[in-house]
Design a protein around this ligand. Structure first.
Ligand code: NAD
Length: 424
């Protein structure tokens, strides 16, 4: 495949953004030209049509993707997103970031990602089950415990992982839990997986607050996105003594300087499926939430929400990227020039999810299950070491923290590719 074909296949703002990050990191470490494109571009992708019978008797054909970015360092690993704005380019960018993330924290995985163009709220439970099963059915041969392992992302959850696991297991003729992670505990899910990403975000933020000499109890937090990652991060922040003053979802946000009642918010979302009209504070738009004065700002929804327009207006001390790719290249530059915001880059900040997914996969392969305490202790051990290695790299080369994380992640993948050589 020529470079031009690969680039046009994935052409999109978000893929260009991931490529720009790669180019900056490759330049910073003088990555040899001969290894650059091999390391940068996704290895392969699959696009599938997913015809689903609807409740009214009609048929709708949905479009789904899987992109495997790197298969040189182990099977690939990455979530499956169900969202109406999914594109092949977005999935490719997310797969790229998974490669650098797994490499950065030392997991024996390459990066992958999947997606289906659908608003899951438009489907009833039966339709959602059929779509999830059909997606996995179309991926047989492309996914597998030794090939590529799926997980939840935006719009997917434990139930969807259970249906996908069941579909794959029916195909191979025995239970094969290691093909997906983020499963219910009763089907081989790991203790601690549901809260892993959010707990990891709170662990890292607490470490950086300590480095800055800011007491946890004086810190305020604003979180965009109140799904798996955002809500679990909120709970983890609160349990560490930080005050969550704003939360939001796709319908808008809530601001309460006295602190949001998180249990009440969670119960409300469980009952009504969104934060719309939640009376736990004053209504606020998603845009305004990002510009609130707070100690910690946590984008935990979609990509490219911190832009050159709002980056100059941010009023946080720490920007913790719980979402993947929330900050555009232009905003990154502005934040670096400002110099008053500590940015915890996505590939470090939200890596708790894939770390515990790795633990889940290991437990499935061994049929030997760990306690929650063991999982959390091992998770924080890996995150603590990754934080230290990123900060050492940052200091040693005077890099931004994003560049430090990317150069570590990318150089290890490039080194593995170099050592394997080229086939044939
Ligand atoms: P989710 O579907 O559980 O939650 C997403 C949340 O974002 C929901 O509250 C939704 O309403 C909100 N949202 C959607 N569109 C929005 C918009 N335009 N403005 C504001 N809010 C909006 O998804 P998740 O698993 O929590 O994932 C969130 C982010 O974290 C994504 O970037 C994902 O890639 C990343 N991530 C997830 C995991 C994981 O383990 N689930 C791990 C690492 C990174």
């Amino acid at each position: 495949m020529s470079k031009a074909i690969v680039s046009s296949l994935y052409e999109s703002d978000v893929f260009r953004m991931a490529c720009r990050q790669f180019d900056q990191a490759a330049d910073a470490i003088s990555l040899p030209e001969a290894i650059r494109d091999r390391t940068k571009y996704p290895r392969r992708c699959l696009a599938v049509a997913l015809p689903i019978r609807r409740r009214d008797g009609g048929v709708t054909v949905f479009e789904g993707y899987r992109v495997q970015h790197n298969l040189s360092t182990g099977p690939s690993k990455g979530g499956v997103r169900f969202h109406e704005h999914v594109t092949l380019g977005e999935v490719a960018a997310l797969a790229m970031w998974m490669s650098w993330k797994c490499s950065l924290v030392g997991l024996p995985y390459g990066g992958a990602k999947g997606g289906v163009i659908v608003n899951p709220r438009d489907l009833d439970t039966t339709e959602l089950e059929h779509l999830s099963r059909r997606y996995m059915q179309e991926m047989i041969g492309f996914l597998g415990p030794d090939i590529d392992i799926a997980a939840p992302d935006v719009g997917t959850n434990e139930q969807i992982m259970a249906w996908m696991m069941d579909t794959y297991s029916n195909h191979v003729g025995h239970m094969a839990p290691a093909v997906v992670t983020g499963k219910p505990i009763s089907l081989g899910g790991s203790q601690g997986r549901r809260e892993a990403t959010g707990a990891g975000v709170a662990y890292l933020v607490s470490g950086y607050l300590q480095d800055l000499g800011i007491p946890l109890k004086s810190a305020t937090v604003a979180i965009q996105g109140f799904g798996n990652v955002g809500s679990e991060a909120a709970l983890a922040f609160a349990s560490r003594g930080l005050k969550v003053i704003a939360i939001s979802d796709y319908t808008g946000g809530i601001f309460n300087p006295g602190g949001i009642d998180l249990q009440k918010a969670l119960a409300y979302v469980t009952a009504t499926k969104s934060l719309m009209d939640f009376d736990g504070g004053e209504a606020i738009s998603n845009e305004k939430l990002l510009e609130l004065k707070c100690t910690v700002l946590v984008p935990a929804a979609l990509e490219r929400v911190i832009t050159d327009k709002n980056a100059p207006k941010l009023q946080c001390r720490i920007l913790a990227e719980a979402a993947n790719g929330p900050t555009t290249n232009a905003a990154d530059k502005i934040i670096a020039e400002r110099g008053d915001i500590e940015l915890i880059p996505d590939i470090l900040c939200n890596s708790g999810g894939v770390i515990v997914s790795y633990f889940e996969w290991l437990q499935n392969l061994q049929n030997y299950y760990w306690s929650r305490d063991e999982v959390i202790q091992k998770l924080f051990g890996i995150l603590g070491r990754a934080k230290a290695s990123v900060d050492t790299q940052k200091k040693k080369f005077q890099f931004s923290r994003r560049l430090a994380a990317l150069t570590l992640g990318i150089s290890r993948v490039a080194e593995a590719k170099q050592s394997r050589g080229l086939f044939p």
